[in-house]
Design a protein around this ligand. Structure first.
Ligand SMILES: C[S@@+](CC[C@H](N)C(=O)[O-])C[C@H]1O[C@@H](n2cnc3c(N)ncnc32)[C@H](O)[C@@H]1O
Length: 420
């Protein structure tokens, strides 16, 4: 059957959207054109619906923007990780900053609160999850294409620490035939920590080869996660370690760490002065304690985190460093803290996952906590929570965009709230 010919339209791109697409309006509908910049005239082919508009494929750029540049990565046009490498740095920075300003404005917060954007340097990602793609006769690391599940095999990545891509390439080549699906790599102070996501356990022959493979790939540790099963370590040459303030911590397999060392340092340098006068601090959504530990010595510190291997790692590291802290395993969605739980704290670090911390903020709003350092990787959920805190008597003093996710549409931020 002959394929129905799709309609093509000539459009003018009006703006850059929140996800880095060019936004155009034609025939009463909004079109999202990946790879296009504001002020460009393009021939596009409208496709599937997205939100209140439609995706449109860029067929031809008829007039380009003076703010366009050649993307430094050869995979940029297909790989969905970086959405705006084709923009001059000034345009990229302005777009990311104004996306945050617009998100905050929708909840009634002014642009004057937002500090200038600071971006991580290229090649600074120390933690990445790679998919595994078939390539030629073998297997290669890959990322997903934009707005799609298609895999884009990569042999270069401008954001990754080069040691991650080298290790991922070796692991994909060796383990691709065994049906592994994804590899998560973290560069620690004692080498790379690798977690392999596979459909099943390795068979005996492969299991026996894994220690040699881990050594050849220069890994500190190799852990395996079969689909539906628990994580277990299959090879270890060194304990994957991270330094957080005064402690050295052994990272549990798959544990959260901030995606760049640059970002972690910048976040710590921002929150430390905000909480300098606090005697009793709660670190909520603490992970292994990267932020809380960095505030020591000085205040009393209580961490709360839902993943028990992370609280165990934090407690162990604290004990070895002779520090008296508490790290409590608690799911703050299922068992939210209530205002009276928070009474003893004068300062709070809040660093929730992407969906934010609605019930925690409702409790904070009712509590006597004086200062909050809120770290967020999602400006939308942050703005919702900021409104809860502001309506509950906190003043939002400042928001610092900390661009850990270079060239993507994701943005980290640090915010300061004080009780009015
Ligand atoms: C963005 S990470 C921050 C971790 C830590 N602050 C750091 O900088 O490394 C969010 C943390 O919240 C934890 N988390 C997710 N959902 C949670 C919940 N419902 N209750 C408590 N902790 C949760 C995750 O396991 C993760 O460690």
């Amino acid at each position: 059957m002959a394929r129905k010919k799709r309609q093509r339209l000539e459009v003018m791109i009006d703006a850059l959207g929140a996800r880095g697409d060019g936004v155009a309006h034609a025939g009463g509908q909004t079109l999202f054109v990946a790879g296009a910049l504001a002020g460009e005239r393009c021939l596009v082919e409208p496709g599937q619906k997205r939100g209140d508009g439609r995706e449109a494929r860029l067929i031809e750029r008829l007039e380009g923007s003076p703010q366009r540049r050649e993307p430094p990565c050869p995979h940029a046009s297909r790989c969905g990780g970086c959405v705006l490498q084709h923009a001059e740095p000034e345009l990229y920075t302005a777009w990311k900053h104004s996306s945050l300003v617009d998100t905050l404005a929708r909840r009634g917060f002014g642009a004057n609160l937002v500090a200038p954007l600071e971006s991580a340097p290229p090649a600074s990602r120390r933690r990445l999850r790679f998919a595994v793609a078939r390539r030629n006769q073998g297997y290669s690391p890959a990322f997903r294409a934009g707005h799609s599940h298609d895999l884009v095999a990569i042999d270069q990545c401008m954001i990754a620490d080069s040691c991650l891509l080298e290790a991922a390439t070796r692991l994909c080549t060796a383990l691709g035939p065994a049906g592994i699906r994804e590899i998560e790599l973290t560069a620690t102070t004692s080498g790379i920590d690798a977690l392999v996501m596979a459909s099943s356990d390795p068979d005996l022959a492969l299991a026996e080869r894994l220690p040699d493979l881990a050594r050849e790939a220069g890994l500190a540790r190799l852990a395996w996660k079969p689909s539906g099963g628990p994580v277990y370590v299959v090879a270890q040459q060194a304990e994957p370690a991270m330094r957080f303030g005064p402690v050295s911590l052994t990272l549990p397999p798959g544990a959260f760490v901030q995606p760049t060392e640059w970002g972690e340092k910048r976040i710590v340098s921002l929150i430390r002065p905000l909480l300098a006068n606090c005697d009793n601090i709660a670190d909520l959504y603490a992970g292994c304690g990267a932020l809380g530990f960095a505030l020591l010595p000085g205040p009393k510190l209580s961490m709360f985190e839902s993943v028990d291997v992370m609280t165990v790692a934090a407690r162990t590291a604290a004990r070895l460093a002779g520090l008296d802290i508490t790290a409590t395993t608690r799911d703050l969605e299922i068992q939210p803290l209530i205002a009276s739980d928070l009474e003893r704290f004068d300062g709070v670090v809040l660093d929730p996952p992407r969906n934010g911390a609605r019930s925690t903020c409702e409790a904070l709003a009712m509590s006597g906590v004086k200062t909050i350092a809120y770290v967020s990787c999602h400006p939308g959920s942050f703005s919702r929570d900021a409104r809860i805190l502001a309506d509950g008597g906190f003043a939002l003093e400042r928001v610092w965009p900390v661009d850990q996710f270079l060239w993507s549409h994701h943005l980290e931020l640090v915010a300061h709230f004080v009780r009015r």
